[in-house]
Design a protein around this ligand. Structure first.
Ligand SMILES: C[S@@+](CC[C@H](N)C(=O)[O-])C[C@H]1O[C@@H](n2cnc3c(N)ncnc32)[C@H](O)[C@@H]1O
Length: 434
């Protein structure tokens, strides 16, 4: 008797039963063995007792990810169990649900299949085709470079929850401080008794470097979508008010109103947005919402990046230029032409007195060890992003070749970067508007 249960279909019954039945019919036609609860649990069998054994004997778990399954504790248990047993998992994304919950348990090598734009029938067909190909030993087909991102895109990244991103933020902090502390000092010394709103605050550590010891700030308020970052922020800065909210969601406006009620204020005096806009798909919506919560005479203070302002010299073979181009496309780094859009974003919400306070952080005058840290800040993380993308889509030849190219040139670039006369300018930008 064949002990294998084939493909285990993990899903939320009511929302996807029809899809699962259609998928099952298609899998039958190409002889792919599979298991799903509605068909395969026999009367009188206990669900909780049967499932672990079925997962132990399956070859692949397919997670049909939608809002309902993402919120289902049973589905979460199934995915966790499969991960614990190191079973391969294929995530079939059915809708735009927040993927931070169930998917957070998955390993980097688990595959994803995006079915979001398809109708019900096509979803079943595309998934069945991928599973039949998988059974036949073929890698699922992917468009080369599908993970490369050329413009603003939906932001489904984890920041504080991802070790690499957490490290990136940590090493970025002191460089951003060095880049802009004089301008922050000048601007903050001109406010009084101010309430400071930090949007996309993470742990608050970046803003607090600038605010430390400043008596002009009466209250710090940090907003972020990641609970763990906020938890850390509360521990580090108990005097601050930290609130969890997705600033791209419709609920953001109400969340700000609630904060204002709690603090008994009409709005905020300084709205600070540091390294967030590059990760948003529609920053103008955020700006519009925030504009309604800025006090009369209040200011925006926006720090962002534009890699179009990066300069590397000498770069006779164009290696640095190419590395910057690659960075512009790795989705993990956000939209790398974000900085140039800020004046327009500010004028569109009728701000006045838009100023570019500072642009570009360069290697000039940096000691050798600092240059190494600066190199890592930018280039090591591109390498890490490519590594992650390759793990996510190992069959994507374009990503593989960019990654190999980067690995091959990395050491030489690093040595070149450390030389005293080598010039690198990173396109940080700091804007204010009143
Ligand atoms: C690159 S980090 C910058 C953190 C901090 N502002 C700094 O300058 O170091 C971006 C932060 O924005 C948060 N973020 C991204 N998209 C968000 C959204 N839609 N709503 C709220 N926070 C968001 C992330 O969780 C992350 O903490």
């Amino acid at each position: 008797m064949d002990a294998s249960t084939g493909i285990f279909i993990s899903h939320h019954t009511h929302s996807t039963e029809e899809l699962v039945r259609a998928l099952s019919d298609l899998l039958e036609t190409c002889g792919v063995k599979h298991w799903f609860a509605e068909r395969d649990i026999r009367p009188m069998e206990n669900y909780a007792e049967v499932i672990p054994g079925v997962i132990e004997r399956c070859e692949l778990l397919v997670l049909l990810l939608n809002e309902e399954s993402n919120a289902s504790r049973q589905v979460l248990r199934e995915v966790q169990y499969a991960e614990r047993l190191k079973k391969p998992v294929l995530v079939a994304r059915l809708d735009d649900c927040d993927e931070s919950q169930t998917i957070a348990y998955l390993g980097a090598t688990d595959q994803q299949l995006d079915l979001r734009s398809l109708g019900a029938e096509q979803k079943a067909q595309k998934l069945a085709a991928a599973l039949c190909a998988w059974k036949a030993g073929e890698q699922p087909e992917v468009e080369p470079g599908a993970l490369f991102q050329y413009e603003r895109a939906e932001n489904s990244l984890e920041f504080y929850g991802d070790e690499g991103e957490r490290e990136r933020l940590q090493s970025q902090r002191e460089f951003i401080y060095e880049f802009a502390h004089e301008e922050y000092d000048a601007l903050l010394s001109s406010v009084r008794d101010a309430v400071f709103l930090d949007v996309g605050c993470s742990t608050g550590e970046q803003a607090m470097l600038f605010l430390d010891g400043r008596s002009e700030i009466r209250q710090y308020v940090g907003v972020d979508k990641e609970a763990a970052a906020l938890e850390k922020g509360r521990e580090l800065f108990p005097q601050g008010l930290f609130c969890q909210c997705d600033c791209e969601s419709d609920a953001f406006d109400d969340a700000l109103r609630e904060i204002e009620q709690t603090l008994d204020i009409d709005g905020f005096d300084v709205i600070h947005i540091s390294m967030l806009l590059l990760h948003l798909k529609e920053p103008q919506i955020l700006m519009d919402t925030l504009r309604g919560h800025l006090n009369e005479g209040g200011r925006f203070l926006i720090l962002d990046i534009d890699d179009g302002l990066n300069v590397a010299y000498p770069d006779p073979d164009g290696v640095f230029g190419r590395a910057v181009e690659i960075c512009a496309q790795t989705g993990y780094s956000g939209f790398r032409r974000s900085g140039r859009q800020i004046p327009q974003l500010l004028y569109d919400v009728e701000m006045e007195d838009v100023r570019l306070l500072k642009q570009g952080l360069s290697t000039v005058g940096m000691p050798r060890e600092k240059r190494t840290a600066f190199f890592n800040l930018y280039f090591w993380f591109i390498l890490d992003d490519l590594r992650k993308m390759h793990a996510q889509a190992p069959q994507d030849k374009l990503i593989e070749s960019e990654w190999q190219w980067f690995e091959k040139n990395y050491k030489d670039m690093k040595n070149q970067f450390k030389k005293k006369g080598f010039f690198f300018n990173l396109g940080f930008l700091l804007f204010s508007a009143q």
